[in-house]
Ligand binder design. Structure first.
Ligand code: CTP
Length: 409
């Protein structure tokens, strides 16, 4: 459920502080009670009045304001989620050292709620061994330190260190509030995911497609990237979705394009997930000019179809041939007897796991939420509880990781 929470947005003194305004609005629009706690330096970039107006609460930076209310402990105690965006190298160092010399650090030291940190700094600072060690310390303490995006920084330089987009930070923070910290359990792993829905051309203006939005595949990719994996998404017609930071996106349109990319890129992958809704058939011949409804041969009223390759099955075949060595996971969208049909489909496809969704009445497609079962080839069934597609992704990764361990034993 989308519960309203008491959210503290911590803001450190970096140019990306202006993006915190959008983050505050994102939480407010979902009904959260937001308190902004900037550092003194953050107010060089965004004025206290802006944060007060957006949050509807007073803004303080030091530990000697509202002393009668014992504010320096109360803010942290009452918080149900703390999100720090942007977190500078200096703030990260102060948190790692356990400092409590301003309202933000003292609130963090008191808090027992989930803490999500979105860093922003120059690449050299992010890669510096002091920052690496501090980030590792925070992660060990159960805080979720998100990977910054690659891209243009304040000057002419580019590299890792750019603040994630506010919408992405808010989504990940809400996920962490529900599921717990995102742990770096996929470091060194290569993950390949197909997402979206393939389109098969009838003529230059028409196609056969489906209602898949690609959101679940992108959410799986986003979580995997924040767990430390190197992630590639082969995305079919997902132009309306933002690309998750740190994820390579290869755009395709038709099933045959998707097949080619997936089979090539699966070599060397540790996990391959077929989340795309793949068209089972395509027009046997694509007309080179627009078909007219009055044409005598009835080309438009009778479209001859030919079967598309089953990409999931081909991946399993390639593994059997020793060409790839990945955990192979598929999806099944079913409208009746979802679990039963899903299990049968898993056996037929020969994959390791299948995420079975009940899509009766158009549920799931394009929606924010989802639920179902992740069934495995040993007959085990992991119930995936109702949640946003990010929350589903976290649950799926947990179940897959357990399975991989079982695989190795
Ligand atoms: N899939 C695939 N290639 C296809 C069709 C499906 O790789 N040509 C994959 C999907 O990405 C998904 C899984 O197979 O991971 C199941 O897809 P689904 O459409 O539910 O199954 P189908 O095999 O098409 O079975 P049916 O339509 O008969 O239910």
């Amino acid at each position: 459920m989308n519960e309203a929470r008491k959210v503290v947005v911590g803001v450190a003194g970096g140019i990306a502080a202006y993006k915190a305004c959008h983050l505050v609005r994102d939480f407010k629009e979902r009904g959260d009670d937001v308190r902004v706690v900037p550092t003194e330096n953050a107010l060089n970039f965004v004025g206290a009045a802006t944060f007060e107006a957006l949050s509807g609460h007073p803004v303080d930076t030091g530990v000697f304001t509202r002393v009668d209310e014992v504010q320096h402990v109360r803010v942290g105690q009452e918080a149900e989620l703390i999100v720090i965006a942007p977190a500078t190298a200096d703030l990260i160092a102060r948190i790692a050292a356990g400092r409590a010399d301003d309202l933000l650090t003292s609130s963090i030291l008191v808090a027992t709620c989930p803490i999500v940190i979105a860093p922003a700094m120059h690449t050299e600072m992010w890669l510096n061994s002091a920052t690496r060690a501090n980030v590792a310390t925070l992660r060990k303490r159960g805080m979720t330190v998100l990977e910054p995006a690659h891209g243009r920084l304040t000057g002419v330089d580019t590299g890792p260190g750019r603040l994630l987009e506010p919408g992405a930070i808010a989504e990940l923070a809400r996920t962490v509030a529900q599921t717990g910290p995102i742990e770096r359990t996929l470091e060194g792993k290569r993950v390949l995911i197909s997402a979206g829905g393939t389109q098969e051309n009838i003529d230059p203006v028409r196609y056969i497609g489906n209602r898949s939005s690609g959101r679940q595949g992108f959410a799986l990719a986003d979580i995997a990237a924040h767990k430390g994996a190197t992630v590639t998404v082969v995305a079919a017609n997902t132009e309306s979705l933002d690309t998750p930071a740190g994820v390579e996106v290869v755009r395709v349109r038709s099933t045959r394009e998707l097949e080619a990319e997936m089979l090539t890129r699966a070599v060397g992958a540790d996990v391959v997930i077929m989340a795309a809704a793949v068209a089972d058939f395509r027009p046997a011949a694509e007309a080179s000019s627009k078909l007219k409804k009055g044409e005598a041969d009835g080309a438009l009223s009778t479209i001859h179809l030919t079967e598309n390759p089953d990409v999931l099955r081909l991946l399993v075949d390639r593994r059997e041939a020793g060409e790839i060595d990945a955990l192979i996971v598929g999806f099944a969208a079913e409208t009746d007897n979802a679990l039963e049909y899903g299990k049968a489909k898993l056996a037929r496809k020969g994959a390791d796991m299948l995420m079975v969704n009940d899509v009766a009445g158009g549920k799931v497609f394009g929606e924010e939420r989802n639920r179902g079962w992740l069934v495995a080839s040993d007959g085990s069934v992991n119930e995936i509880a109702d949640g946003t597609k990010h929350v589903i992704a976290v649950q799926m990764w947990e179940a897959m990781e357990k399975w991989t361990e079982r695989f190795a034993n």
